[in-house]
Design a protein around this ligand. Structure first.
Ligand code: FES
Ligand code: FES
Length: 171
């Protein structure tokens, strides 16, 4: 069987044997017991299963885990919903999701949270004009599906984090 090693939320995992056909979603949820990452459509269409992949060049992006094998993540550094809070303190984005009542069942929330976090980190290194903010958030969250239709509130929650600290994210 293939052997993989990776970093999850800053912690090293592996070397560990995995079946060729084990999905990354099953690896996280069933092998490691990290059930924060959800399984929705199972077809790469809803992104409820998306995690953050951190690249060596300092950039980050989300990737679905339901359709990709765990072997694809060998040597990767990823972050999941379990890795956002620090010492029990929620991030500004997590607090904003809560204060906006952005989620209902919460099934899509880890994916939206990861995507929103990637966007905030990108805006910190590449600030944008205020006039581009709405479109930028819409484009970033595009592709994440919410059966409870929390789209507007997720959008507002991300926007409020940016507007609460404009010098950090906007030109
Ligand atoms: S569960 Fe992975 S994209 Fe829907
Ligand atoms: S909060 Fe239920 S799917 Fe989004």
């Amino acid at each position: 069987m293939p052997v993989i090693s990776l970093s999850i939320n800053g912690r090293a995992h592996g070397p560990i044997e995995v079946r060729d056909d084990l999905t990354m979603n099953d690896f996280l949820r069933e092998v490691l017991g990290m059930t924060g990452t959800k399984f929705g459509c199972g077809a790469g269409q809803c992104l409820s299963c998306a995690v953050i992949v951190d690249s060596a060049d300092g950039t980050s992006a989300t990737m679905p885990t339901c359709i990709l094998p765990a072997t694809e993540f060998d040597k990767f550094a990823i972050r999941t919903v379990e890795g956002h809070a620090r010492d029990g303190e929620l991030t500004a984005l997590q607090k904003s999701f809560i204060s906006h009542f952005a989620f209902q069942c919460g099934y899509c929330t880890p994916g939206f949270l990861n995507e929103g976090q990637v966007l905030l980190e990108r805006l910190q290194s590449e600030p944008i004009p205020r006039t581009e903010l709405e479109r930028t958030i819409t484009e970033a969250l595009d592709g994440h599906l919410c059966r409870c239709s929390g789209y507007v509130k997720y959008h507002q929650a991300v926007r409020d984090v940016v507007l609460a600290d404009p010098n950090r994210f906007l030109i």
